[in-house]
Design a protein around this ligand. Sequence first.
Ligand code: URA
Length: 232
Amino acid sequence: MRLDKFICHHSGISRAEAKRVLRQDLVTCNGEAVRNGAYKVTAETEVELDGQLLGEVKKRYIMLNKVTDTICSTVDEEYPSVINFLDELPNTRGLHIAGRLDVDTTGLVPITDDGQWSHQITSPKKQCAKRYRVWLAEPLCADAEQQVEQGIQLHGEDELTKPGILERIDDTEVLLTITEGKYHQVKRMFAAMGNKVVGLHREQIGEIELDETLYEGEWRELTEEEIQSVWQ
Ligand code: URA
């Protein structure tokens, strides 16, 4: 739809008024001022009139397979932000990361502009399970499964970690499922057991599994089923 028509339709102002607000630089499309009434508005365009968002904007839900040496911040710092990988998206404004990973961790990163949805994943109260594949420097100790199930005393924390599930693939490769997201939690849990994490990859959050067809750095939109799964 043309921008001038879109403005009239969603704000109720006349065609002449729409022309005026365009001339006055009061209209932005995806954050950029636009004066041309013939500008084509698509489903992805966020149109603001004098700072007010017009129309119903579809929320976005994405899974990214994070590569190492990238950060889960929306801006580049010492390392580039994972948002750089969403280069085919027309507009990344308003997106945030639902559950950060360390710079050297790979795997599933959900990205959205729906704060209530991401709260379901990140709020400690919701106890959303996250499964990690972990590679270790040393062979796993014999009672690691029990320790994880009973809770581990992390350095500097008052309480034990919540019960988790540890599945041994072999002595230096395991799957760990936890429902918390304390700072560097997985690395600290294995440090508390006298070991060291040398590789960390998130495979699953709640019911959402990392799509195996995504190469590192690739992303896709979540399916409706995946989006709804966090509300269960
Ligand atoms: N735990 C960690 O230690 N690092 C991560 O990136 C995620 C969980």
